[in-house]
Design a protein around this ligand. Structure first.
Ligand code: E4P
Length: 218
């Protein structure tokens, strides 16, 4: 079953989505922490874990492997639900290689813009390969093609890394990611809300209620 993650650090959004019973996890990054108005990464991550009890990703700030490894040690000690997000750079690959040897080395390889990067992240031991579909589309490229290519490569070579479609902008991205075989799709809460809503559902409901009231009044 494909998993749904919410791409936010806002507790109220996570609580509402979790109440629908469809949330498997949450992804955060420094920008999302900024938008949620918190600089306390640990506290916010643990608050999110309390709500979802699923996979929760928190990102490192360091750009050198040594610093990433130090941060990962701390981040992964917060909770068994936490995955550490490591940027997919050469330094990031070095860090992934070390962290993946740890018994608690849960890694979300982030900032992936090509199937080659996803392949390298999987080889270095990442558990998730986060492909930034929307940012590729914004640049005039085909983000979903990278998801399809990565799926095919991971399947062909039996790589256990999960394909995570990230940087999702609208419900059509979600549909296409599902059809492309993504294991996980992380989306902003407004996209999740748009997936539920349909004017036809609203019109249908109004008609049912109007007819019910007519017959009930007889
Ligand atoms: C998720 O892990 C990513 O950080 C996120 O999807 C990035 O999305 P954006 O391109 O909307 O910032």
């Amino acid at each position: 079953m494909a998993k749904i993650f919410v791409d936010t650090a806002k507790i109220e959004e996570i609580e509402e989505a979790a109440a629908w019973g469809i949330v498997d996890g949450v992804t955060t990054n420094p920008t999302l922490m900024f938008r949620a108005g918190t600089a306390n990464r640990k506290q916010r991550t643990l608050e999110i874990v309390e709500v979802v009890r699923g996979s929760v990703s928190a990102e490192v700030i360091s750009t050198e492997a040594e610093g990433m490894i130090e941060e990962a040690k701390e981040i992964l000690s917060w909770s068994e639900h936490v995955y550490v997000k490591i940027p997919t750079t050469d330094e990031g690959l070095k860090a992934m290689h070390v962290i993946s040897q740890w018994p608690n080395g849960r890694i979300n390889a982030t900032l992936i813009f090509s199937a080659n990067q996803a392949f390298l992240a999987a080889k270095a031991g990442a558990d998730y390969a986060s492909i930034f579909v929307g940012r590729l589309d914004d640049a005039g490229l085909d983000g979903m093609a990278v998801v399809r290519q990565t799926r095919r490569i991971f399947d062909t070579y039996g790589l256990g890394c999960q394909v995570l479609a990230a940087s999702i902008r609208h419900p059509r991205h979600v549909l296409e990611a599902l059809l492309a075989g993504a294991d996980i799709i992380t989306m902003p809460f407004p996209v999740l809300k748009k997936m539920v809503g349909s004017p036809f559902t609203d019109i249908g409901l109004q008609k049912f209620l109007a007819d019910w009231h007519k017959i009930a009044a007889q």
